[in-house]
Design a protein around this ligand. Structure first.
Ligand code: GLP
Length: 239
């Protein structure tokens, strides 16, 4: 595992964006695994500014990790909406190459199968991850067991509390999500996990030190041969 610590999230994001740029420029039809949440926002800002300076996303395919169940693409708190706002509408990544699970699908089991098929057709070159306060990646929550494939998950109480800040109040946060499982993340050629702020320090230390545990889903990244944790000083302070 590589660990890079930066003075602040902005510098960390520029470093991460340069790694993304490298992948886009060196692979013919690169597949990026993308994440949502507040953490990757400065990364997407950097990528948008790289695009304004000439970086093209025309050959990129983007696969997102997850989506809330019950939120349609035009809901302002949906991850579809987030990706449009923070990246897609600013770059030339073709619409037909942007994939997210559909949280409003009438048959969620079928939707999980559909998404797994898309993942099989587009093995990920570079996976971007954030990390939940409880160590979740995507919405793979701490549990007695973890899942390999795309699945519907009941969100943990602390995840709902943490995400209430985006919804105004806790009652509005969906209680379920569709998330990519751990297999495509572990099969990605390269993984970048970003974590900023002191409140992420415990999740980070549990992921990188000690054993792989299902109660720290991010700790499974220890078995991956090419993972870089990109941290600010605060998130790294107990390492
Ligand atoms: C969300 C997402 C994760 C994200 C995490 C942390 O609920 N499903 O992909 O990494 O929680 O979010 P944030 O970056 O806002 O702290």
């Amino acid at each position: 595992m590589n660990i890079r610590v930066f003075e602040n999230p902005q510098l960390a994001a520029v470093y991460a964006a340069a790694l993304v740029e490298q992948v886009i420029q060196s692979i013919r039809n690169p597949v990026l695994g993308l994440a949502t949440g507040s953490t990757p926002i400065p990364l997407y800002e950097s990528l948008v500014s790289f695009h304004r300076q000439g970086l093209s996303f025309a050959h990129v395919t983007a696969l997102n990790l997850d989506e809330y169940v019950g939120l349609s693409a035009d809901h302002p708190q949906s991850y579809h909406f987030f990706m449009n706002e923070h990246l897609f509408r600013h770059v030339d990544l073709p619409e037909e190459k942007r994939f997210l699970p559909n949280g409003a699908a009438p048959d969620l089991a079928l939707e999980c199968e559909r998404y797994d098929q898309i993942i099989r057709e587009h093995p990920i070159d570079l996976q971007i991850l954030g990390i939940g306060l409880n160590g979740h990646i995507g919405f793979n929550e701490p549990d007695v067991a973890l899942k390999a494939n795309t699945h519907v998950v009941t969100l943990a109480r602390d995840t709902i509390e943490a995400n209430a800040r985006f919804f105004g109040e806790q009652e509005r946060v969906p209680t379920e999500a569709i998330t990519m499982g751990l297999q495509p993340i572990l099969m990605a050629k390269k993984v970048l996990l970003l974590a900023f702020g002191r409140e992420k320090a415990d999740a980070v230390v549990n992921a990188v030190r000690g054993d792989v545990r299902t109660y720290s889903p991010a700790s499974i990244l220890q078995v991956h041969p090419n993972v870089t944790f990109i941290l600010d000083r605060e998130a790294a302070y107990v390492l």
